[in-house]
Write a protein that binds this ligand. Structure first.
Ligand SMILES: [Zn+2]
Length: 653
């Protein structure tokens, strides 16, 4: 087993560097593990005194009572600590011991009070000896263990077998494993997992390819990862390899669609590796989950979790896979030190995702995707600037006393990516790529803070190149700096103009008749030919249609909306990006005829990105709100807690 310890980086020095422009006004203490100034506002763990370097899990997954019975054995580095503090939330702790298996001794422990807003959970404080290096926690999960989504048979594709998956990010791992739940600490893990014999278990580790007849599976992750990346999925799943390095797991009912949709995964992997260095995690597989999964994807190392809404049938949404794959570098290899530095994970990943898409599908496609996301970020930024926390529009956040999920907005993702795109345009792509390669190399298998990133950027990109760039404004100021690169796709412009003309009353989708003269074969004569042209749905890609829908005027009539739906079937397309966009517009226009389509969609799809805007639109009108509450009450048991909690807030008052 290869263990990796942290090397302290003295970030304090960072602020001594003066840039060509000005000094960074931001000073952050060094909070690497092993240094006594560690600050993670979202963990109780006393990491500076004692920290886990390897975790051994014994898990018994019981579908009957929806409980995991577990033992978490922590191998730790102890700097003379007399207590070890772990994070827990809604777990039942049975006993705690110290020492290896054959010489375990029960020790005292105290479970502290739940924090005021139940965000952090409860600290589990264990009395130990300054020489203790092994702590074993015996526990079981509860119905309030929010990382776990237990799906009854009817909520799966098979309709005959149940399913379980976990979602750890940001601070939910503590709801299914008692541990030091801070991204600033990395450790290796192995696990023995017992599941019903007719189901297969997979984890963010080395995985089995098929079921065995014991129902017991062993896992090993020998590369250190932060706690939020430990993950587990259990179901009636099968595997299809694309090559010897990557493949896809899914319920067997979905596997054929997965094979088609993700066939280009090996190409995507070589595109990513050619940009920023070799893929480091050995295997890269996808695990397509049931529809209740709250995110588009989750980058669990070696096993990305994917939402089945990506299976659009035309590979139009595979940028999500490019995104999750990019996390194998930004996020998994180089991890945000605290949740205040989350933009370092997501901003880099979105930038990298766009570069992968550019290699595979060309700059025009990549630009279209980027422009659409930029529009979404601008909308959200307006809301944030007008809200209670306008400072959330900065890249570096201060989430003390708040849920780190509050920082998971498009600011971290898209403003972060546009910061990097703007920086790239300033220094030139070649230099920028060299810098990113260097950055991934220097910080691999480590965590990075905003201050450490700034030092690296100053030393290796700006100072050495004598370039000035106002990164402070991007990272520490509200809103979007004026020097941001702007994308103007001519294809999207055409869709905007089409939408404007349609809104103004022009029937742009009516067949257009024209005539052409054509030579008659073996004759000098020509004949007049009638040509009827009509815009079809297939003439444009999904993202162009999204732009069209966004471009329709706010007061467009219900009749016009119904006419569009009759022509293009937006309500039943099956492409969730278009459907979600379409439903929100129709709700605002009070077109209640499509309620059955909306109900069908939000009762099936659990992805928060789609659910939240739809429910938000419904909640803005008293009549729709009443109806939406009923749909929510019927579906909430099926949604993952991440989506459920976000939507519940809309109905709280
Ligand atoms: Zn991401």
């Amino acid at each position: 087993m290869k263990l990796l310890r942290f090397i302290a980086i003295f970030i304090g020095i960072a602020v001594l560097f003066s840039s060509c422009k000005s000094r960074s006004k931001y000073v952050e203490p060094d909070n690497e593990v092993g240094n006594d100034t560690i600050v993670d506002n979202h963990s109780y763990a006393n990491l500076q005194a004692i920290n886990t370097i390897h975790l051994e899990l014994e898990l018994d997954v019981n579908f009957q009572n929806k409980t995991i019975y577990g033992v978490a054995r922590h191998e730790m580095v102890n700097n003379n600590a007399k207590i070890a503090i772990f994070d827990t939330r809604n777990l039942l702790i049975q006993k705690v011991t110290t020492g290896k298996n054959d010489e375990e001794q029960e020790v005292d422990f105290v479970i502290g009070a739940m924090d005021k807003d139940s965000i952090l959970g409860q600290p589990l404080t264990v009395s130990i000896d300054p020489k203790t290096t092994q702590v074993n926690i015996y526990y079981q999960t509860t119905k309030d263990s929010e990382a776990l989504d237990w799906l009854d048979t009817l909520s799966t594709s098979s309709k005959t077998k149940p399913f379980l998956y976990t979602q750890g990010q940001a601070i939910l791992t503590r709801t299914w494993i008692p541990l030091q739940d801070s991204p600033s600490n990395r450790f290796t893990y192995n696990a023995t997992v017992k599941v019903p014999q007719d189901l297969l278990a997979v984890m963010s580790a080395e995985n089995p390819k098929e079921k065995n007849n014991t129902g017991i599976y062993n896992f090993e992750m020998d590369q250190p990862i932060p706690s939020y990346l430990i993950s587990l999925a259990v179901g009636d799943i099968v595997y299809h390899p694309f090559d010897n390095k990557c493949g896809v797991y899914a319920e067997k009912e979905l596997i054929a669609n997965c094979i088609y949709e993700f066939e280009e995964l090996p190409k995507m992997m070589s595109a990513a590796s050619s940009l920023y260095g070799a893929y480091q995690w050995k295997q890269y597989d996808l695990m397509v989950l049931p529809y209740s999964f709250p995110f588009g994807g989750m980058e669990n190392p070696r096993l990305t979790f994917v939402n089945p809404t990506i299976l659009a049938g035309d590979r139009s949404l595979v940028s999500v896979i490019a995104h999750e794959l990019a996390h194998s570098w930004s996020g998994n290899l180089v991890t945000n030190r605290t949740w205040d530095d989350f933009w370092l994970n997501e901003g880099f990943t979105v930038y990298f995702e766009q570069r992968i898409m550019e290699v595979l599908y060309g700059k025009e496609t990549s630009d279209i995707l980027a422009q659409l996301e930029f529009q979404e970020m601008q909308e959200e930024m307006k809301e944030i600037l007008a809200g209670k926390h306008p400072e959330d529009s900065q890249l570096h956040l201060n989430l003390k006393g708040r849920n780190p999920d509050d920082g998971m907005t498009t600011i971290a993702y898209i403003k972060g990516a546009f910061f990097l795109k703007t920086l790239e345009s300033k220094v030139g792509r070649e230099k920028f790529d060299r810098f990113l390669k260097h950055y991934f190399n220097v910080f691999q298998f480590k965590t990075v803070s905003t201050a450490a990133f700034i030092t690296e950027m100053e030393n290796n990109l700006l100072l050495s190149k004598k370039l000035s760039f106002d990164y402070d404004e991007w990272i520490f100021s509200n809103g979007l700096p004026k020097n941001s690169v702007i994308i103007n796709s001519s294809r999207l412009k055409r869709m905007e103009s089409l939408a404007k003309r349609f809104s103004a009353g022009e029937n742009v989708f009516e067949p257009v008749v024209s005539y052409q003269w054509q030579k008659i074969k073996n004759s000098k004569k020509k004949k007049r030919i009638k040509i009827v042209s009509k815009i079809k749905r297939d003439d444009f890609i999904v993202q162009e249609w999204q732009t069209f829908i966004r471009g329709l005027s706010d007061d467009i009539s219900i009749v016009k909306l119904q006419c569009l739906d009759a022509t293009f079937n937006f309500s039943t397309w099956g492409n969730s990006e278009v459907m979600a966009e379409w439903f929100v517009l129709n709700i605002h226009r009070e077109n209640r005829i499509i309620r059955p389509a909306i109900e069908k969609f939000i009762s099936k799809v659990g992805r928060r990105k789609y659910l939240l805007p739809i429910y938000k639109a419904l909640a803005s009108n008293p009549e729709d709100k009443l109806w939406a509450k009923k749909v929510f009450d019927n579906s909430k048991a099926y949604y993952h807690a991440v989506s459920r909690n976000s939507i519940a807030k809309l109905f709280a008052n």
